[in-house]
Design a protein around this ligand. Structure first.
Ligand SMILES: [Zn+2]
Ligand SMILES: [Zn+2]
Length: 110
């Protein structure tokens, strides 16, 4: 059973639909728009810590159903946050690579 299989099973479960609805009831406005002073109805629920980062099914279930890990978002902010998350991880990889390169230089060139 792959992680993807478990993710799909959880995202299609009644339990997820319930917690998703509860989250949207508790916080019906897009949380990112609200921070920017814009009132937009939230239509999607985002996992702050992505479920895909979980190493075990238990961890994934914990991230998936943790109310504190959920954020109400509008469709625009949700797609934006996922695009940003992708580019951020790429920046981090690059940063780490640069850091070890300069450490190498300090040790061997200077
Ligand atoms: Zn928004
Ligand atoms: Zn999301």
């Amino acid at each position: 059973m792959s992680r993807d299989y478990n993710y799909k099973k959880m995202i299609n479960s009644t339990a997820w639909r319930k917690i998703r609805r509860r989250k949207l009831e508790q916080s019906p406005l897009c949380e990112i728009c609200k921070q920017n002073g814009v009132i937009t109805a939230a239509t999607e629920v985002h996992h702050v810590m992505p479920c895909e980062t979980a190493k075990t099914v238990t961890d994934m279930r914990r991230l998936m159903f943790d109310m504190d890990n959920l954020q109400s978002l509008c469709h625009n902010c949700h797609s934006l946050i996922h695009t940003e998350m992708k580019s951020h991880s790429r920046v981090k990889v690059k940063e780490n690579a640069n850091r070890s390169l300069s450490r190498f230089k300090e040790r061997f060139i200077l």
